[in-house]
Design a protein around this ligand. Structure first.
Ligand code: CTP
Length: 398
């Protein structure tokens, strides 16, 4: 059912595993999906366009224009037509081009023009897959909001054995099926996410900040967008790349973050505040750089507004509010109290007890508590996986 009537653009690159694209096309067509194939020139050395056009019942496209008829293949139109763009197999070369926004082929131009979900299924030799350049490109493409199907392990065409095989067509079909089920789960929901630290200025060159990298909040925003939500990300200063198609507002101070959240809160169905907002800010922001004239310097700090608590007061019945807590003592008790005090639906608790979890890392270890008293402990995971655990819980509350 999930695939019926769906419009799939299937990109095929030059890898020996391109032969599997024929079976994959047949599986989609059998489910009454429409398939438009775009091959790179190199892919044609591995599988014939005639095989694929016969199976897909449509002409196979490769170039910006047909050299014989002179007919123009409009990449924007193809991208707008697609419900999903799947590139299977995608080679190390094309991964690199997509990661850097290059587009000297029709397939790459369609990729850049797509607003639908994009799924990449890499296939290559073991060492190429493991290479730092490939892994960085994968990370980048993942961060841009694309889905990546991890390659399977097994025998490779080179004779080596390991990670790099294109998964079997049934597995890719099921991945696409799940995307259609998943991308619908937050459809029509407006979600506000805060991320990163805030910087509280002391003078024109100094500030009080914290070590938050923003990675957790960005992972939440990206995965919400993948599940079809309309996401607005309010981000403190971070070095992270923006996420494609997620509206991002940059703020610096706790006060600016407060104003940005307040303005949008009423319209949000869900608000997730993962930002590490400063609890105190310098009373005076000096006009000029503070000189080191005295032997000691005292700063007077004043409390910032607690954005989460304030939104908890304004929350309507149909809105969900999720907070984060970083506790170093009596973690569960404190988190429970915070959940109640700030009128939250869920609270995500970090304890910083595990090596590799929390600020600055790519992994996190959390416990999620809900207002009904349920407590779920999760092992240490990537921030993407933590985000998805949270979204799975939220999905059930929608
Ligand atoms: N938060 C906020 N505004 C603030 C401070 C925190 O919205 N000025 C939000 C964070 O985004 C996070 C949660 O509150 O979701 C974290 O609260 P935390 O700082 O851990 O706890 P506090 O309520 O400030 O209490 P304490 O410092 O006593 O632990």
């Amino acid at each position: 059912m999930a695939l019926e009537g769906k419009k799939i653009v299937l990109g095929i690159c030059g890898s020996i595993s391109a032969y599997k694209a024929a079976e994959l096309t047949r599986l989609f067509i059998k489910k009454n999906a429409e398939v438009q194939i775009i091959m790179t020139e190199e892919a044609k050395a591995f599988i014939s366009p005639l095989t694929l056009s016969t199976l897909s019942k449509r002409p196979v496209l490769s170039h910006y224009y047909d050299k014989e008829s002179g007919e123009w293949n409009n990449h924007v139109k193809i991208a707008a037509w697609a419900d999903v763009l799947l590139i299977a197999p995608i080679t190390a070369h094309t991964l690199g081009k997509l990661a850097h926004g290059l587009c000297d082929t029709l397939l790459e131009a369609v990729y850049l023009s797509c607003t639908c979900p994009v799924v990449l299924s890499p296939a290559m030799d073991l060492d190429m897959w493991k290479h730092a350049a490939t892994q960085q490109n994968i990370q980048k493409l993942n961060h841009y909001g694309n889905f990546v199907i991890p390659p399977d392990r097994g025998e490779l065409a080179s004779g080596l054995s390991g990670e790099g095989r294109l998964p079997e067509p049934e597995k890719i079909r099921d991945f696409i099926k799940n995307i259609f089920l998943k991308t619908a789960s937050f459809k029509g929901k407006k979600v506000l996410v805060t991320a990163g630290p805030t910087y509280e200025p002391l003078d024109p060159v100094r500030f009080i900040g914290n070590h938050s990298s923003g990675k957790m909040g960005y992972a939440i925003a990206k995965n919400l967008q993948k599940r079809g939500a309309d996401v607005t990300l309010i981000s403190g200063p971070t070095s992270l790349n923006p996420i494609d198609t997620v509206e991002t507002l940059s703020v610096t101070t706790a006060e600016e973050m407060y104003k940005a959240v307040e303005k949008r809160f009423t319209k949000a169905d869900i608000t997730i505040m993962s930002a590490a907002v400063a609890d105190y800010t310098p009373k005076v922001n000096a006009d000029h750089k503070i000189k080191k004239e005295e032997a000691s310097l005292s700063l007077e700090l004043v409390k910032t507004k607690d954005i989460l608590a304030e939104m908890g007061k304004r929350k309507k019945k149909n809105q969900l509010l999720i907070g984060f807590a970083l506790e170093t003592q009596n973690a569960i008790e404190n988190a429970k109290a915070k959940l109640k005090r700030k009128n939250l639906d869920l609270i995500v608790l970090n304890t910083l007890e595990d090596e590799g979890a929390g600020f600055g890392y790519d992994t996190n270890q959390v416990t999620i508590l809900d207002k009904e008293g349920e407590i779920q402990n999760f092992p240490i995971k990537s921030k993407d996986d933590v985000a998805n655990d949270l979204l799975d819980i939220l999905e059930k509350r929608l």
